[in-house]
Design a protein around this ligand. Structure first.
Ligand SMILES: Cc1cc2nc3c(=O)[nH]c(=O)nc-3n(C[C@H](O)[C@H](O)[C@H](O)COP(=O)(O)OP(=O)(O)OC[C@H]3O[C@@H](n4cnc5c(N)ncnc54)[C@H](O)[C@@H]3O)c2cc1C
Length: 483
């Protein structure tokens, strides 16, 4: 006798795509093509997690495209709003019951609050005899899987990368999944998709939507364009913010419009099938950056204190940071008197994105030169980045503040002026974002405080906030006291 048809509810979270979506594919396979999609809008939770308006708008536009792609497969996408995170279990359970689903599938989220929320959802579903099945999907290798020789978690990137590269072939390489089965139209007829919202009060953004077309098709287009034209030059061009040398895929990865597996597979394919030491130095280097992403996810899973605003190196909790609110304000608005930092911070406000080299310079400047607590910078970035991702943002900030996983045997303090001379040599990036310096010639563009007084007075540009000569001693003394 044929088994009665079962329906599975797939709860979309950070996986807004139809292709290579681990839980969605499993739901489709196991229900034999009876999947209903659900997305829960949680404005209060987004606020609590400092999600930026530009990212939320990107997600809403992505949901519209996802709903259209799912409709082509006859999969309805239901959209519900949770006034508070405590409403989520009830909402998921109600939708599961309304569509008579035997189970709810979702891809795992790893942050402390999300894990606790999922436990509450699982409990609520269990009382209706339903399971919540969670799948690893955000990384190529599940974040807690790799262990050191002493069976501990990795705390340093290079050994993590070496282990990751040997583990990949052991796991059968990178396997990329397709789209779920096209379903019969019966479910979608009985349960029409909800119209996706285009605005949510409290998440208005000045960044034009046209800068960041949303959705999985755009993500694939960007991946193809990068792999076919720019990846080979990546190693040489990736540090220069005036050049379009990186993929610009981080917002798409952060929302799950594309998977890390899809990115890695394409990079390996153009690298003669190799994840490292292949013929393309650019592809090798790009793959290495994707492994940094995996590393920071594993740090978050293995050291969940980093989700709670705590330092990766606990001893650095003792540091007494500067309380100069005026300095922090100048940094946020791009008025520090250091052109490369100001250009970076203004670009962030205008575009919702910042180049990796500039993130390091801006973060290092805030935490070393201004000696302001990394947590303040981390929060500002989250509130303005379109690719805000707790694990990556926290990892980048703690690395820059020397409270995190940087394994350098010396204390890292960037000189932002030297960084500027090296990575924006002709000042093209600065001129684009700091128009008051547009006509400054030569090296003065990197440090206008060194210009002759008369010339300087004609510029409507601030003097540096702190004297660089005292930075190193102040930082070293504070870190020494915390040991
Ligand atoms: C202070 C600070 C904060 C950061 N905050 C975030 C964040 O919130 N979200 C985020 O996705 N990335 C963050 N990063 C990492 C990095 O800056 C961005 O991932 C990168 O700039 C994205 O640009 P891209 O997609 O063009 O990268 P590409 O150079 O094309 O690299 C491809 C992918 O590899 C990963 N990657 C690249 N560089 C890094 C890196 N240094 N660390 C970890 N992963 C990397 C990203 O997923 C990226 O999309 C932060 C870095 C710093 C220093």
């Amino acid at each position: 006798m044929p088994k009665p048809a079962i329906t599975i509810l797939h709860w979309f979270r950070v996986d807004l795509r139809t292709h290579d979506n681990t839980a969605l594919l499993a739901a489709s396979r196991e229900s034999k093509g009876r999947v209903v999609g659900l997305y829960v809008i949680s404005p209060a939770d987004w606020k609590r997690h400092d999600e930026s308006p530009v990212k939320i708008r990107f997600i809403l536009r992505g949901l519209r495209e996802l709903s259209g792609e799912l409709a082509k497969l006859n999969i309805p996408l239901l959209i519900r709003t949770a006034p508070s995170v405590s409403d989520v279990p009830g909402i998921v359970a109600r939708v599961a019951s309304d569509c008579n689903a035997s189970a709810v599938y979702a891809n795992r989220e790893y942050e402390i609050h999300e894990v606790a929320r999922d436990e509450r959802v699982a409990g609520r579903l269990a009382s209706g005899n339903r399971n919540l099945s969670l799948f690893h999907d955000q990384t190529v290798i599940p974040p807690a899987e790799l262990r050191t020789g002493d069976d501990g978690p990795y705390t340093v990137f290079s050994p993590f990368k070496r282990r990751w590269l040997t583990a990949l072939p052991d796991r059968g390489g990178v396997r990329v999944g397709g789209a779920p089965l096209k379903q019969s139209p019966e479910l979608v007829a009985s349960m029409p998709p909800d119209p996706p919202l285009s605005e949510i009060p409290g998440f208005e953004s000045e960044v034009p939507d046209t800068l960041w077309p949303a959705g999985e098709r755009e993500a694939q287009r960007r991946l193809q364009a990068f792999i076919h034209s720019r990846v080979h030059a990546y190693k040489d061009s990736r540090n220069f913010p005036a050049i379009d040398g990186t993929s610009g895929l981080s917002p798409y990865l952060a929302c799950g419009f594309i998977s890390a597996r899809q990115c890695l597979k394409h990079a390996i394919d153009v690298n003669a099938g190799l994840a490292a030491a292949g013929p393309s130095a650019g592809a090798d280097c790009w793959i290495s950056e994707l492994i940094w992403r995996e590393f920071y996810k594993s740090v978050l899973v293995n050291f969940p204190r980093v989700c709670m605003g705590r330092a990766f190196k606990p001893e650095t909790e003792q540091i007494v940071w500067s309380d100069r609110e005026d300095h922090f304000e100048s940094w946020t608005q791009g008025r520090t008197g250091i052109p490369i930092v100001d250009a970076a911070m203004r670009a962030l406000l205008a575009t919702g994105w910042m180049h990796n080299r500039l993130r390091m310079i801006a973060a290092m400047y805030l935490t070393k030169d201004l000696f302001i607590d990394w947590r303040k910078g981390e929060r500002w970035f989250m509130r303005h980045l379109i690719d805000g991702d707790l694990s990556q943002n926290n990892g980048g900030w703690q690395w820059s503040a020397s409270t995190g996983t940087d394994a350098a045997p010396y204390f890292r303090i960037f000189n932002p002026v030297l960084q500027s001379q090296k990575f924006d040599p002709d000042g093209a990036f600065i001129r684009r974002w700091v128009p008051e310096l547009r006509d400054v010639e030569g090296d003065g563009i990197h440090d206008p405080s060194e210009l002759p007084m008369l010339l300087r007075m004609r510029l409507d540009y601030p003097q540096p906030l702190v004297d660089r000569a005292s930075v190193k001693d102040r930082v070293l003394a504070a870190f020494k006291r915390s040991e």
